[in-house]
Design a protein around this ligand. Structure first.
Ligand SMILES: Cc1ncc(COP(=O)(O)O)c(C=O)c1O
Length: 420
């Protein structure tokens, strides 16, 4: 339960005005930020400004526009590195550890196509993932295991939706060569103890990959604290444009990995029969990059940094607590996941008794309440939980108490329509 002071802090909303879609359409109750976030005006302005003032193919030209476009990518890299704590001992952001991709899925595919070669994955080796992965962190590893003969091993959850220390110890053993786990579940909203998993992975000599698609937008992530080797996330879930993703990796590991996509821009020299790769991160960025996208992503990072991620995280925790409290109070609604709101980062899944989630979402949509319904690209998790689909409301800092109240009123209406 929130205190009156906490309630009044989520009643206030100093953020909505920064988001043109929300400001222009006050009737829209947007509770699907786990799928993609809304974008602040500074991001929209930046994308347009790039094409109006800096448009040229980066990396190719020696003229001012192209040099500026190239510099803007490198600036975005530095800010992305700083945002996730990828800094050296003197606090200098390590831009060269940031690879731009199209999205978290592509970042994970890059890893799945290159890391198995480096670690010489083969029969008898384990790739360990968790049962709460998004398909983007399952399918690439299924393919890898089929191709190499390695085993795909799942970390499972206990009744409190936790991957326990015992489970970590039991499943990550000496055969583990790659461990790839989501930081925060896109269905349950729960955070995994990635530092403990990384610690065990490293003790066993495995490489630790983290899917940060649902954590980096919501909580202060520090790659050194997580102890991971590689981290994937998407700009479009954190106020940035669609089409830009990030793969962060330790410099020595990125250096050692073979390239993923090949072609222009990712080479130093080419002969008729061979090529020498460009240094990282360019080795992983074949072809013309989305320079306007990374420029706009940089604006999103700037926006989040100015708001202060710690402040945003605290607000989102209050919103999640209010959301779970309100859902829990409806006797026809059951939460799929912890009932304790403080365990939810962004997402809360639930079901309405005897009403299909698609019907729930469609009726809510009639009142302009946007939620997600389905398997949320996490079918193995839903099967494990004995569900086929759920409703999912997911929040961001630009939501407020009135959004959650509108959801609750909408759910009462759903109940009336089916059972009234
Ligand atoms: C946990 C998680 N990982 C990966 C992804 C894939 O992100 P993208 O679609 O941006 O590649 C998502 C998207 O919802 C996600 O929630």
């Amino acid at each position: 339960m929130l205190s009156p002071k906490q309630l009044s802090s989520i009643e206030a909303n100093p953020y909505k005005a920064d988001f043109p879609l929300l400001a222009k359409h006050p009737e829209i109750v947007f509770l699907d930020s786990a799928a993609t976030s809304q974008r602040p005006a500074v991001v929209l302005d930046a994308e347009r400004s790039f094409y109006e003032n800096m448009n040229a193919n980066p990396l190719r030209g020696l003229y001012r526009l192209s040099v500026e476009a190239t510099a803007s990518i490198e600036e975005a890299r530095k800010h992305a590195a700083a945002f996730i704590g990828a800094v050296d001992e003197a606090g200098k952001p390590q831009g060269s550890e940031i690879v731009f991709t199209r999205n978290a899925s592509e970042s994970l595919n890059l890893v799945a196509h290159t890391l198995p070669q480096l670690v010489d994955l083969g029969p008898g080796d384990d790739v360990v993932i968790s049962i709460m992965e998004h398909h983007s962190n399952i399918i690439p590893w299924q393919q890898v295991c089929k191709a190499t003969g390695a085993n795909l091993v799942y970390l499972r959850l206990d009744d409190s939706y936790t991957i326990t220390p015992e489970e970590i110890e039991a499943k990550i053993g000496p055969s583990a060569k790659i461990v790839s786990v989501t930081h925060v579940s896109n269905v349950l909203g729960v955070e995994n103890d990635v530092a403990a998993i990384a610690n065990r992975a490293h003790q066993m000599g495995a490489v630790m990959v983290v899917d940060g698609a649902q954590s980096v937008p919501h909580i202060k992530v520090d790659v050194h604290d997580l102890g991971c080797d590689l981290l994937a996330f998407s700009a479009h879930k954190m106020g940035g444009p669609m089409g830009i993703g990030v793969l962060w990796g330790k410099a020595s590991l990125l250096d050692a990995l073979p390239p993923f996509l090949t072609g222009g821009e990712m080479i130093d020299t080419v002969t008729e029969t061979s090529a020498v790769w460009a240094p990282v991160p360019h080795k992983f960025e074949a072809g013309t990059q989305d320079a306007a996208g990374s420029y706009a992503f940089d604006a999103a990072l700037g926006y989040l940094t100015r708001q202060d991620m710690n402040v945003l995280e605290e607000r989102e925790r209050l919103l999640a607590t209010y959301l779970t409290d309100q859902l829990d109070a409806l006797d026809f609604v059951s939460i799929v996941g912890p009932r304790d709101g403080s365990r939810h980062i962004g997402a809360v899944s639930f079901n309405v008794q005897d009403v299909h989630p698609h019907d729930v979402a469609s009726i809510l949509d009639m009142g302009d309440v946007c939620i997600r319904a389905g398997h949320h690209c996490a079918q193995p998790l839903l099967t494990y939980l004995g569900e086929q689909s759920t409703c999912r409301a997911s929040i961001a800092f630009y939501n407020d108490k009135s959004d959650i109240d509108a959801l609750v009123e909408g759910l009462k209406n759903v109940w009336q329509v089916f059972h009234g």
